[in-house]
Design a protein around this ligand. Structure first.
Ligand SMILES: [Zn+2]
Length: 360
């Protein structure tokens, strides 16, 4: 029984890690400096040292609050530059001229890794010199031109996760540079406690499709949430959970389900109606105050359909989704993951019962 509980915990951890994008990668031993494309500068601002990389109309600056080693700073610049180039190419949009990355110590946050966009600054959370390279694409996508639609965090997260997933696919499949290969090797090796999941998580399309699978499970196992309700509840739940210092497992789980919906619905809109339409919607300045039926008005304007019709199409898309990831393609593996999902939801619904289980 203990083993089973551990496996449930393992998958929870796996899902938590992916959904919060808190995966990590070693910084390597200073390799990659020659890969910086542009002008590298070190400047002093009082006691702070700022490391800058300038190219074309871009300045990527690292404010090294966490006092990370020099190799990590260079790596952040390199990974940041790659992601800036990717997001701009993919979106056809220009990111802000200056992007500041502030390194912060993992001890000062509940997050184990990853990055957050705070105003015009991306806070890169470091833990023992580790961070996850594709997270930059996620945070830069948050910095794309966007209107108040962004205050519906639902679309903002959906967009950011879409870019992150595309970048992960690009990154995993498009490695030609030896430095990046070293990075990926280390990335793979971090998941050394369970080879089975490590293999799945680092395989192509996993990043983009495990969320679709999670939505498929919520649809199959009762909790079909009307998309309008998810969108409405999303921002509140998301901000509350992210700002909480103590997050209950149930809250994390709900957050994952919401994020899975935001990713999957935006992914659906983008795949079916195109990224250009989606990005134009993100730039639309809505009339204030918000009308109650604003979502419906928005969908009709950009997708020429009421939200309910889109929701039916979306459900259909999810239920009949044809997985590209080799693991999610396999019905036996999907069944196994569904078993974990059901156990987790059961544990969350009946915490007393799960306490008893873990005592056995
Ligand atoms: Zn985000």
């Amino acid at each position: 029984m203990k083993n089973r509980v551990n496996r449930i915990k393992a998958i929870l951890v796996v899902l938590t890690l992916i959904a919060s994008a808190s995966l990590c990668v070693s910084c390597g031993g200073g390799r990659g400096f020659h890969d910086l494309d542009g002008k590298f500068e070190i400047a002093k601002d009082g006691d702070d040292t700022i490391y800058r990389l300038k190219w074309d109309n871009h300045t990527l600056a690292v404010l090294n609050t966490a006092k990370a080693d020099f190799a990590t700073v260079l790596l952040a610049l390199r990974q940041g530059q790659q992601a800036v180039k990717f997001v701009e190419k993919e979106s056809g949009e220009k990111l802000p001229d200056i992007v500041m990355i502030e390194t912060i110590d993992a001890k000062s946050t509940i997050f184990k890794g990853g990055a957050k966009l705070h105003g015009d600054k991306i806070k890169l959370i470091l833990q023992d010199g580790y961070f996850y390279p594709t997270i930059f694409a996620h945070e830069f996508a948050h910095a794309l031109p966007a209107s108040k639609i962004n205050s519906y965090g639902f679309f903002s997260e959906g967009q950011a996760n879409y870019f992150q997933s595309k970048y992960t696919e690009f990154y995993i499949s498009g490695i030609t540079n030896s430095f990046d290969s070293v990075m990926l090797d280390i990335f793979y090796n971090i998941f050394n406690d369970d080879d089975k999941y490590r293999e799945k998580m680092t395989s192509l399309y996993w990043d983009s499709e495990y969320r679709i699978f999670l939505v498929q499970l919520t649809i199959k196992n009762k909790s079909i949430l009307p998309i309008g309700t998810v969108i409405e509840k999303f921002s509140l739940n998301y901000i509350h959970t992210l700002q909480s210092w103590e997050v209950k497992t149930a809250e994390w789980w709900t957050l994952h389900e919401y994020v899975a919906y935001s990713y999957s619905f935006c992914h659906y809109l983008i795949e079916k109606y195109g990224l250009t339409t989606f990005l134009s919607m993100m730039k639309k300045e809505p009339p204030l105050p918000w009308a109650d039926d604003y979502l419906d008005v928005l969908m009709k304007e950009f997708y020429h359909k009421p939200i309910l019709t889109l929701e039916t199409e979306f459900t259909n898309y999810i239920v009949h989704y044809d997985y590209k990831n080799q693991y999610l393609k396999d019905p036996a593996i999907r069944n196994e993951l569904e078993g974990f999902y059901l156990k987790i939801t059961e544990m969350i619904a009946h915490p007393e019962a799960s306490t008893n289980i873990s005592k056995k």
